[in-house]
Design a binder for this molecule. Sequence first.
Ligand code: ZN
Ligand code: MN
Length: 497
Amino acid sequence: MKTNMSNDLQYKVIVGLEIHVQLCTKTKMFCGCAVEFGAEPNSRVCPVCLGMPGVLPVMNKQAVEYAIMVALALNCEVPKFTKWDRKSYYYPDLPKNYQISQYDLPLGSNGFIEIPFESGDTKKIRIIRAHLEEDAGKNLHTAGNFSQVDLNRTGTPLLEIVTEPDMNSGAEARALAVELQRMVRFLGVSVADMQKGHMRFEPNINLIVTKDGAEHKTPIVEVKNLNSFRALERSIDYEVQRQLDEFLDTGRTMEMGNKSTRGWDGEKEVTVLQREKEEAHDYRYFPEPDLVPVEVTGKWLDDIRSQLCELPIKKQIRFVTEYGLSDYDAGVLTAERPTAEFFELAVKAGGDPKRVCNLVTQDYQKLANEKGCSIADLGVSPEKIAQLATMITGGVVSATASSTIAAISVADLDKTPEEIAAKHNLIQKSDAGELEQIVDQVLKENAKAVEDVASGSKKSNKARGFLLGQVMQKTKGQANPKVVSEILDKKLKSFSS
Ligand code: ZN
Ligand code: MN
């Protein structure tokens, strides 16, 4: 509940989400055309997806399995029997004049998804339904005084997920969208690349305003076709303020104004009215006569269930409890499945979790970014990273040297971190006897500094730092500073007493 400037006015934000996710099957939902982004316009089409008369669709089993995987990951009930329905509407990007979709028997219903908060807590958002349908084509309005239509996208398997209005801010809607992206990527059912339109969002937003003790609901606004996390969050935040202003200005409530749809102007960062009154659409839904219904047998469902992996949110929570990582570190590691699995292999190979996490999320992530690949694809084995982590923990190499070793390990895949450290003189000198001799020599050569330390005056700390620096210089930076520091303190103590 948020309180406005005046004390007698409070409001609560109510957000529900409809999300469309393109599934990454090789071929389209009901024909054999390739699902491929960026191909020459209208080059990935056939009579079926062009909606020619007399053609017959054939269901893509892989798409159904992917959709059921998501439904299971969303804790949905999956019906034993489902079917396809025609949703009729006319638009240039829909050559058949109907979309094959699912009406009353979606592949998943009554589920929920957990979304993470920065605090480490989670919130459950209920899922009303998840159903499978086919995507439409794309209208282009880029050239001159006419429009073009590209039907390559027509017929791409599209999963539509609808949530209950359980979110209470733009940030929560964003958190759900990010979590869903991470989930479908972990499951391997969608590339979920925003820039390619693989995920599109349509939030429903309104407010419950409490004014002078009475509750008022503002009319619901649906923002259409958002294709970035930023647009999703910003458009909701914008709507909250706009609806509050409008309510205070006009007193309009849900009962008076019907649902309206608005678009998002990303440049001006405002929503723009599209349709004032959502006309009661008559999509004339009826069972698709050209496709047989789908029977989901127990055996098939078990097979699909066995392909599920540990979900990213579960992994993130487990990394905190099992390895003592911070929620932030666990979140970074579980952003992508290959990174999370690589981390865990390196820990299983004996690396200290926190050290491995630092190497993976910092040094190796940077190297992977430079190469434009995942950490797992760098070619460095988890065992080597475990070895490097153990070398740092044991003081064999410094944290600085370990970055150098990491970089060389990617360039020279045949060498182990130990071999690299030896070859490039990166092993720290920790031998007390040898270091003691060097310390003695430095103290002899710098009597003035020793005197300053012994005096205990303001100069003392600076002089001690100087002596430490001299030792490091004499060892070309290879001395273990911790060991040097201990020897130095012991020696200097004998001077001051
Ligand atoms: Zn086709
Ligand atoms: Mn849809």
